[in-house]
Design a protein around this ligand. Structure first.
Ligand SMILES: Cc1cc2nc3c(=O)[nH]c(=O)nc-3n(C[C@H](O)[C@H](O)[C@H](O)COP(=O)(O)OP(=O)(O)OC[C@H]3O[C@@H](n4cnc5c(N)ncnc54)[C@H](O)[C@@H]3O)c2cc1C
Length: 385
C-alpha cells in the first residue's frame, strides 16, 4: 500500500509505541485518581511530574531544546489517548503543546527558544492568557495594556479563564501596546510567575474538566524587557489567530478521545447489564445506539487526523480544523449523553464514570472558539469568492 492511501488511522510503529505507553500510564496512574481529582478539582502532582518525565509536555519540541522531537500529529495522538481516561489531564497536555510550545517554536527567536522551550519540556507548565471578562469570542477587544517604559514595557490587565494558570511557570500574555491601532497594537509577551506584579486570582469552580485549573491572572504593572516580546510588537494578533487555529485540532482530539472513552464504558456496561433476562446489548435498539456512537467517532477521528496531517504537511487547514473541532464536540456531547442513558439510573450517579464525561464534554463547544465561532469560520470560507 502506498503512503498516500494508507488509512489515516494506521499508525507507524513509533506512534503505536507512543500510544501504548500513554495508555499504560493512563491505566496505571491516571484512572485510579480520576474520580478523586474530579471531586477535589485538582491535578495530582505526580501525574503532572510523570507527564514531564515521559516527554508528554514537550512532544514536538526538538531534542536540541530538551523536547521529545516528535511531531504535531504525535501530540494530537497523545491528547486523544489521554482524553479517553481523563479529558482534564488531556487539556493540560493540549494547552502546553498546541498553544504554548507551539507559539514559542513558531514565533520565538533563537534565544527565546533556548530559554523557554527547555523549561517547558523539562518541568515548567505553560499557559495562554488571551481571554478577559469582556472579551471572549471578540478576543481582540482585550483591555490589557502594555505601556512603553524605557526600553521595555509595563503590562497591566486581568486575564480570565486561564487553563493551567495555577500550576504555570510560563505565561503567554496578550496585551495591546498601541490601542490607537486597534488589534494591530496587540502584542504577545512571555512572562514568568516570579515577576513582580503577576498574581494568580480566583480559581473557577467548574461543571467539568475539574482537574484542570482555570484561573484569573492579574497583571499589575509587570515590568518586562524587550527580550520578552514573542514575535513583533503589534503582531500578537497573528500569534493568537495562528496558534488557536492549530490548537483547535487539539481540542478536536480531546473530544474524540472523550467520546471513545464514553463508548468503551457504554459497550462494557451493555454487555454486562441484564434486563428482561438477557444482556441489554442483545437488544437491537441498544446495538444501534452503540453502532451510531462508533460510526460518529470514526468520522470525527478522521476529521481530526486529517486536519493534523494537513497542518503538518504545510497545506491549508483552517477549514478542516474548524470542522474537526465543531464535529468532534458534537460527537462528544452526543456520545457521552447516550452513554449516560445506556447506563440507566447508574449513568446519573457520580459512582459511575459516564456522568463525568457528559459534564466534561460541554467545554468542547466553548473554549478555543465557541461552537458558533467554528461555524462562522467554516461559513466564511465556504462563501468566499
Ligand atoms: C474551562 C475554560 C478554559 C479556558 N481556557 C482558556 C485559556 O487557557 N486561555 C484563554 O485565553 N481563554 C480560555 N478560556 C476562555 C474561552 O476561550 C472563552 O470562554 C470562549 O472563547 C468564549 O468567550 P466568552 O466566554 O466570553 O463567551 P462570549 O464570547 O460572550 O459568547 C457567548 C455566546 O455568544 C455567542 N457569540 C458571540 N459572538 C458571536 C457571533 N459573532 N456570532 C454568533 N454567536 C456569537 C457565542 O458562540 C456564545 O454562545 C477558557 C474558558 C473556559 C470555560
Amino acid at each position: 500500500m502506498t503512503e498516500s492511501v494508507r488509512p489515516l488511522t494506521d499508525l507507524t510503529e513509533e506512534q503505536q509505541m507512543l500510544v501504548s505507553e500513554v495508555r499504560r500510564f493512563c491505566e496505571e496512574m491516571v484512572q485510579p485518581k480520576v474520580a478523586e481529582m474530579d471531586r477535589e478539582a485538582h491535578c495530582a502532582p505526580e501525574i503532572l511530574q510523570q507527564m514531564f518525565e515521559m516527554g508528554l509536555m514537550g512532544i514536538d519540541i526538538p531534542e536540541e531544546y530538551g523536547g521529545s522531537g516528535m511531531s504535531f500529529f504525535d501530540a494530537i495522538l497523545v491528547i486523544m489517548e489521554l482524553a479517553k481516561v481523563d479529558p482534564s489531564i488531556s487539556v493540560i497536555c493540549d494547552v502546553q503543546n498546541t498553544l504554548v510550545n507551539n507559539a514559542i517554536q513558531r514565533w520565538g527567536n533563537e534565544e527565546q527558544r533556548k530559554t523557554w522551550l527547555s523549561k517547558l519540556a523539562e518541568n515548567t507548565v505553560g499557559c495562554y492568557c488571551l481571554s478577559e471578562a469582556e472579551s471572549g469570542s471578540d478576543a481582540f477587544a482585550l483591555r490589557a495594556r502594555a505601556v512603553a517604559d524605557g526600553d521595555g514595557w509595563k503590562v497591566t490587565g486581568n486575564k480570565l479563564f486561564i487553563t493551567n494558570g495555577k500550576e504555570a511557570g510560563v505565561f503567554l500574555v496578550f496585551a495591546n501596546a498601541d490601542p490607537d491601532k486597534g488589534y494591530k497594537g496587540i502584542t504577545c509577551f512571555i512572562l514568568d510567575k516570579d515577576m513582580p506584579g503577576l498574581k494568580i486570582g480566583a480559581k473557577e469552580d467548574k461543571l467539568g474538566i475539574r482537574a484542570s485549573s482555570t484561573v484569573e491572572v492579574i497583571l499589575d504593572n509587570v515590568q518586562v524587557g524587550p527580550e520578552r516580546i514573542l514575535g513583533e510588537v503589534g503582531k500578537g494578533y497573528k500569534v493568537a489567530i495562528e496558534t488557536l487555529n492549530e490548537g483547535r485540532i487539539g481540542i478536536g482530539a480531546q473530544m474524540v478521545g472523550l467520546a471513545e472513552g464514553a463508548l468503551a464504558h457504554a459497550r462494557a456496561w451493555c454487555l454486562e447489564r441484564k434486563q428482561f433476562g438477557r444482556e441489554i446489548a442483545k437488544f437491537q435498539g441498544v446495538q444501534f445506539a452503540l453502532a451510531r456512537m462508533d460510526a460518529e467517532i470514526e468520522a470525527a477521528k478522521l476529521a481530526v487526523l486529517n486536519a493534523a496531517r494537513r497542518k503538518e504537511a504545510g497545506e491549508p487547514f483552517v477549514r478542516e480544523a474548524a470542522i474537526a473541532k465543531w464535529f468532534s464536540a458534537e460527537v462528544a456531547d452526543r456520545c457521552s449523553s447516550m452513554a449516560v442513558e445506556l447506563y440507566g439510573g447508574y449513568g446519573f450517579s457520580r459512582d459511575y464514570p459516564v456522568e463525568k464525561l457528559f459534564r466534561d464534554a460541554k467545554i468542547g463547544k466553548i473554549y478555543e472558539g465557541t461552537h458558533f465561532m467554528q461555524l462562522q469560520t467554516i461559513a466564511k470560507l465556504l462563501l468566499a469568492d
